[in-house]
Each structure stands twice: as structure tokens, then as C-alpha cells.
Design a protein around this ligand. Sequence first.
Ligand SMILES: [Zn+2]
Length: 372
Amino acid sequence: MRHQIHDLLAPLPGTARQIHSFHFGPQPAKGKIYIQSSLHADEMPGMLVAWHLKQRLAELEAAGRLRSEIVLVPVANPAGLEQVLMDVPLGRYELESGQNFNRWFVDLSEEVGNAIEGQLGDDPQRNLELIRDSLRHALARQTASTQLQSQRLTLQRLACDADMVLDLHCDFEAVAHLYTTPEAWPQVEPLARYIGAQASLLATDSGGQSFDECFTLLWWQLKERFGEHFDIPHGSFSVTVELRGQGDVSHPMASLDSQALIDYLIQFGAIAGEPAPLPDLPYPATPLAGVEPVATPVGGLLVFSALPGQYLEAGQLIAEIIDPISDRVTPVHCTAAGLMYARSLRRMATAGMVIAHVAGAEAYRSGYLLSP
Ligand SMILES: [Zn+2]
């Protein structure tokens, strides 16, 4: 295991932070896997999984079973981790700018496309290496002027040439679920089975230039631009893995999740071994554009009747919103049928607030598909 330390741009004198990456596997290795956790710094289940994984990868490395380089970044957002305001951790948005830590990773598809134009050939492997090389150089040329940009750039540089990128998050109260692209789904489906994903949400471009999409979109856009004349492989695929809810931090669960990731890496060929039998897929993949963000029209005390992981019929009751002054009770229903994979942690809802997400089978939304 090799431990690397990456200095971030210090926002103020005396406040320098670092990203720590742990690199397992032979050198040179066949392929690269990148795994990070807690990019939203108040989402801890993934960090515990990463810690379990760190011990397991060290054992597997000692046993000579790693084929690919596996890069692990257990603390992907040191800047957000320190944002605790009056006993409440606030790890999703940077307090200074209000920006989501998992948005606006730099889009280099045009720059890379311009750089490789005229150099592509018939050999897809050579095209892949050319694109990766160009991407590494383009990222090396980028400069950051804030700590947030510097953190994003550091993570993007570490992951840009990986075959597979796993970004471990969680929701508020939720069952295990994941986000990936329709193009990657055949490769990701075994992960959904091992991890027991009760919803798998697919979109090519959900509009926010999130960490997972900054890699897949680059290859997709190059394929759109040059694919008619040249064989451009999908050089990278990525998955945002949502390891249930914020409170779901326990050793038994993290140990099972870490085993699920190892089973998947064996199945993928990054770790030598006999793949574990594939469990059933709990729920088929559905379009991200089919997710209903169920909002309450009024504010009040939020009393859920539906549980995360529950399949809801169209029009089924999710919660009641109670106004204890007027005694008004407002029922909130879902519109379409689907699996309710996540719900809010708050119990005092404000008018217009999204209280739950239901994965429906039919795409009906378009444009920006993510939460703010
Ligand atoms: Zn998150």
C-alpha cells in the first residue's frame, strides 16, 4: 500500500488541508479502480465501508490477489467535514459559496476532443490511451483559485484514468440504491445485486456535472463527436452508491458492504478469485427521469406512513402534514407507482419541501434531474 498526500490550496494562512489517497495493488497493474467516500461530508456510512475496505485490501494485496491498482480516498471532502455549525454538521454545500460539493467538476470534453482530433486511429485501445493521456494533461493544466476548486481538481485528477469509479454516498433515510448511466448499466448490474440496491437510477446527463458524470460524460461526448469514424471505447464508468441513510453507520452493515464491493471487484476481474454467486436484483433499473420528488404543498409536522424500501401504488399515502394550530391535516400522496427509496430526516416540513423520492418506471422529467 502506498499512501499519497495531496495538498489543497489553503483558504487562509495556517488552514491547509490535504486529500489522502491509498494505493493498493501491483505496479504496473492491469487496470485501475477508484473508490472514494463522503464527498458530502455529513454522509458517513461510506467512510466506515472505506475503512473496512482498507483492511481487506491490505490483506488481499499481501496475498498477491490484486490485479488492478485500487485507489481509496476515505475522506474525499476534508473542507466540508469541518463545517459543523452549532452542533450540526453541514457537509453538502460549501458554506462560503453555497455550492454543492458534488457539482461542477470541470468538463474537459471539448479541450480533449480538440487535442486528439487528427490523432485517432483504428485501434480502440490506442484511442483509449490517447484520450486518457490527453485528459491527464488537460487536468494538469487546470489551475484552482479556491479551496473548493482545488479539492474538486485533486479528486478528478486521482480518478480520471480509472476504468471504474465508485463514489460512496448516502441519503437522509433510505435503502441502498445507486446512480449510473444506461450505457454502464450492464457492467454495474452485478454491483447492484451484491450491494442489494433497491433502486438503480439511470441517466446519461443529469445536468449537474457531478463527480460520477464528469468521467462518463467525457467518453460519451467524445463518442458523439468522433464515433461515426473512429472506435471510441467507454474508457471509464462510474457509480454513485448510496449506502442507505445518514444514521446507518454500523460495523455489521459496513462489513457486508465492504464484502459486496470486494465480490464485485472479483467479478470485474480487478481481484483474483472465484466470484461469489450473484444474488437476485431486488428491483429493476429505472430512469432517473422517472423519479418523483414528492413535495408537500404546505408546511407542518411531518408524520410518515410509508417506509423507505416500500413499493407504493399510484396515489398511495406517504405522509400527513399536521398544522397543530388550525388542526388541518394534509395527506401527501405519490402520483405514480414505484419504490420509495429515500425520505427526509426532517420532521417539520416547510411548504414546497421534497419529503420523499419514489422510483417510477416511466421517464417523465427532463432537464436538470438532481437535487440542488
Ligand atoms: Zn451525497
